[in-house]
Write a protein that binds this ligand. Sequence first.
Ligand SMILES: NC(=O)c1ccc[n+]([C@@H]2O[C@H](COP(=O)([O-])OP(=O)(O)OC[C@H]3O[C@@H](n4cnc5c(N)ncnc54)[C@H](OP(=O)(O)O)[C@@H]3O)[C@@H](O)[C@H]2O)c1
Length: 313
Amino acid sequence: MRAVAINEFGGREKLLLMDLPVPEIQGNEILVRVKAAGVNPVDWKIREGYLKNLFPHEFPVILGWDAAGIVEKVGSQVSRFRQRDEIFAYCRKPVIQGGAYAEYIVLEEEHCALKPKNVSFEEAASIPLAALTAYQAVFDAAKLQSGETILIHAAAGGVGGFGVQLAKDRGAIVWGTATQGKHEYVRKLGADRVIDYTQVNFCDVVRSEYSDGMDVVFDCVCGEVLDRSGEITKKGGRLVTIVEDPGGLGRTDISTEFVFVAPNSAQLTELAQMFEQGRLKTHLSEVFPLDEAQRAHELSESMRTRGKIVLVI
Ligand SMILES: NC(=O)c1ccc[n+]([C@@H]2O[C@H](COP(=O)([O-])OP(=O)(O)OC[C@H]3O[C@@H](n4cnc5c(N)ncnc54)[C@H](OP(=O)(O)O)[C@@H]3O)[C@@H](O)[C@H]2O)c1
């Protein structure tokens, strides 16, 4: 099968189009013919070797943790999926090797859910990792309630964009940060207010309206943004991060949590239903053919995209 994989860690030039064997399935596994693969920042972080001490890996490593496709074969213990089902999946596995930048991928039931009927395979491949991250951060970790205030950093990005939509769907008052050119986009996602973080200090803007700070801050950027986010999280509020552990902010009167997204078939099914009900939308920044994975990584590495990047297999 055609796959884009790496034989060693390094720059974009390490991404090679290879001819690799179609993987075999065990009884609890599903073979999926991949139609589209989502591209996420974690893909180039893995490619560079930044995660090599966190996860075991086996070369050649086929990258890609987001897939949408058609079930080709199911193992004898698989009960929830059948041949020809159209699925989408968040594909993180204990060992990094068999990813989604390939014509076939082996998955377990927990990775998969039936694809929302009203989205294309390309759109479906853009959803699982980013939407599950937002769900687990905003709902599971922050436990956002209707009527609460939330500030989402990088609201125009893949994760932040789903965070805005989920928070609005829950009935929260949603603020986001983005550069000026993306404000209309973020407002259309549901944000009540968007702050151009390059022009003003977001802490000043928050304090001018909410002197006690926000109930929840969801930080998809971190670094000095995280340090300042600690200052505008309300006493008793929640600060959730996904890039860096928020420990050590020097606040004992707020709760802080780092979320690392986990596969969750039930949550992915719930997200699929929200798409079908028109409560969530995905926005494709750019779609590339598989053999242009290097260009897709270049775009992702810019950290300036609006919405999601996808590879068509
Ligand atoms: N822990 C986890 O489970 C997990 C899961 C998913 C992602 N992540 C990590 O979370 C980060 C975001 O992921 P993503 O997929 O959303 O990335 P992405 O889609 O590439 O994010 C791009 C967006 O970031 C915005 N941005 C960049 N710097 C910013 C800043 N200082 N303030 C506000 N916005 C800023 C850009 O908007 P402007 O151009 O308008 O600035 C752009 O729209 C990545 O580092 C990724 O690796 C972690």
